[in-house]
Design a binder for this molecule. Structure first.
Ligand SMILES: Cc1ncc(COP(=O)(O)O)c(C=O)c1O
Length: 356
C-alpha cells in the first residue's frame, strides 16, 4: 500500500492584497570601503507602490473601529498611489471609492484607479503647475460631509505610519546587518517615519534622512512649483501629524532635474525603472555615501516603479518642454557611480594582492 505524503500548502493567494510586502532589496552601489546603497523596491507591491501597505492598514482599522460598514464609501484626496491602494482594498472588500485628484497626478495612476472601479473627481491644478493639495482636500471633506463617506485622512491618520511596520521587519530579516541609514521621500511622512520608528523599536540604531522636492515646504524652505508627484507639500498646505520631525535626523531638498536625471541613470544601470521621488532619494543618498563610515548600509525607500512615469520622467520630449531635461546632471551622476565602482575595483585588487 502506498502512503500519501502530506503535501505542502499550495503557493496560491486568493486576494491581490495578500501579495503586499516581502518586496526585494537591490544593491545599487557597493564602494571600496564596503558601504552599500540598497534599494527597497516597493514597486513590487500590488498597485506598484508602497502606499498600498498603509491603505490596507487604514481600511482594516476603520473596519475595526466601525467607521466602515458593508457597502460603505471611502473618499480621499490623492496624487495617485494612495488612491490605487485604496481602490484595491475597496474592490476586494466591497466599498465604493472616490478619489479626489488634480492634473498634477501621473495619468497612468488615474487610469489604474478607474480600471479598478474607482470614481475620480478632478479639481483644477494650480497655475504654477504645482499640486492643488489644499483644494483636493477641501473637495474630499465636502464629499465626506455630504455623503457620510469615510475619509481616511492619510496626513493625520496614525494607521498610515503603522502600515509600514512590516516593512521594517522585512529589512531586518533580509539583512545580516543593521540598517544604518534609511533615506526616503516625504509626503505624508508615513513611509519614512513609520518604518524608522518601527526599526528603532526593534533595536535598530538607524538614522533617517528625509527628502522633499525643492519648492516643498515640509522642512522649512521657500515654496515653489515642482513636478515630483507624491512627495512634498506645496506652500499653504498644513503639514500633517504623520511627519514626525523628531524621528528624522536630517532633511534635504532635491530639485526635479536632479531627481529625474538620477531615475534615468538608475534605469540605464540596473534595468529597473524607479519613480521620480525615488530618483530624488537616490540622489541624496549617492552624494552622502563617500562621507559615511566604512561598511555602512544605506537603504533607499523606492516608493514606486517608473512604469507610471513613461510619459513624464522617462519621456525626453516632456522633460525638454518643461526645462527639466538635464544631460549634464545625468553625466555627473554617471561619473559618481563610476567613481564608486572604481573604488570597489581598487579595493578588490588590493585585497587580492595582499591576500587579505
Ligand atoms: C511616488 C511617491 N513618492 C513618495 C511618497 C511619499 O510617501 P509618504 O506619503 O509615505 O511620505 C508618495 C506618497 O504618496 C508617493 O506617491
Amino acid at each position: 500500500m502506498t502512503t500519501r505524503l502530506p503535501r505542502p500548502r499550495e503557493n496560491v493567494v486568493r486576494n491581490a492584497s495578500e501579495l503586499i510586502g516581502a518586496t526585494p532589496l537591490l544593491e545599487l552601489v557597493r564602494t571600496g570601503s564596503g558601504t552599500r546603497l540598497l534599494l527597497k523596491l516597493e514597486g513590487f507591491n500590488p498597485t506598484g507602490s508602497a502606499k498600498v501597505r498603509m491603505a490596507r492598514e487604514m481600511v482594516l482599522q476603520a473596519e475595526r473601529e466601525g467607521h466602515l460598514r458593508p457597502g460603505g464609501h471611502i473618499v480621499e484626496p490623492t496624487s495617485g498611489n494612495t488612491g490605487t491602494g485604496l481602490a484595491l482594498l475597496a474592490l476586494e472588500r466591497g466599498y465604493a471609492f472616490t478619489a479626489v485628484v488634480d492634473d498634477h497626478a501621473a495619468e497612468d495612476k488615474l487610469r489604474a484607479m478607474k480600471a479598478m472601479g474607482a470614481r475620480l473627481v478632478r479639481v483644477a491644478g494650480d497655475d504654477t503647475g504645482g499640486p492643488s493639495t489644499v483644494e483636493r482636500r477641501r473637495v474630499a471633506a465636502e464629499i465626506a460631509e455630504r455623503t457620510g463617506a469615510f475619509r481616511p485622512d492619510q496626513h493625520n491618520n496614525p494607521h498610515n505610519n503603522a502600515g509600514y511596520r512590516e516593512l521594517a521587519g522585512e529589512l531586518l530579516s533580509d539583512l545580516h546587518t543593521d540598517v544604518d541609514y534609511l533615506v526616503g521621500a516625504v509626503g505624508t511622512g508615513g513611509s519614512l517615519c513609520g518604518t524608522v520608528e518601527e526599526l528603532r523599536r526593534l533595536g535598530s540604531g538607524v538614522s533617517a534622512i528625509g527628502v522633499e522636492p525643492v519648492g516643498s515646504i515640509i522642512f522649512g524652505g521657500a515654496g515653489g512649483p515642482y513636478w515630483q508627484t507624491g512627495a512634498g507639500s506645496p506652500a499653504g498646505f498644513p503639514v500633517g501629524g504623520n511627519v514626525k520631525y523628531e524621528a528624522i535626523d536630517e532633511s534635504c531638498r532635491v530639485g526635479d532635474r536632479e531627481a529625474f536625471a538620477t531615475a534615468r541613470v538608475v534605469a540605464r544601470r540596473t534595468g529597473i525603472l524607479v519613480g521620480g521621488t525615488a530618483g530624488a532619494a537616490v540622489f541624496a543618498a549617492l552624494g552622502r555615501l563617500v562621507h559615511l563610515p566604512a561598511g555602512a548600509t544605506v537603504v533607499v525607500l523606492v516608493c514606486d516603479a517608473g512604469e507610471k512615469y513613461l510619459d513624464t520622467v522617462y519621456d525626453e520630449e516632456w522633460l525638454v518642454a518643461r526645462g527639466l531635461y538635464d544631460e549634464a546632471a545625468q553625466r555627473r551622476i554617471g561619473r559618481l557611480f563610476a567613481a564608486y565602482d572604481e573604488s570597489l575595483r581598487l579595493a578588490e585588487f588590493d585585497s587580492a594582492r595582499t591576500g587579505s
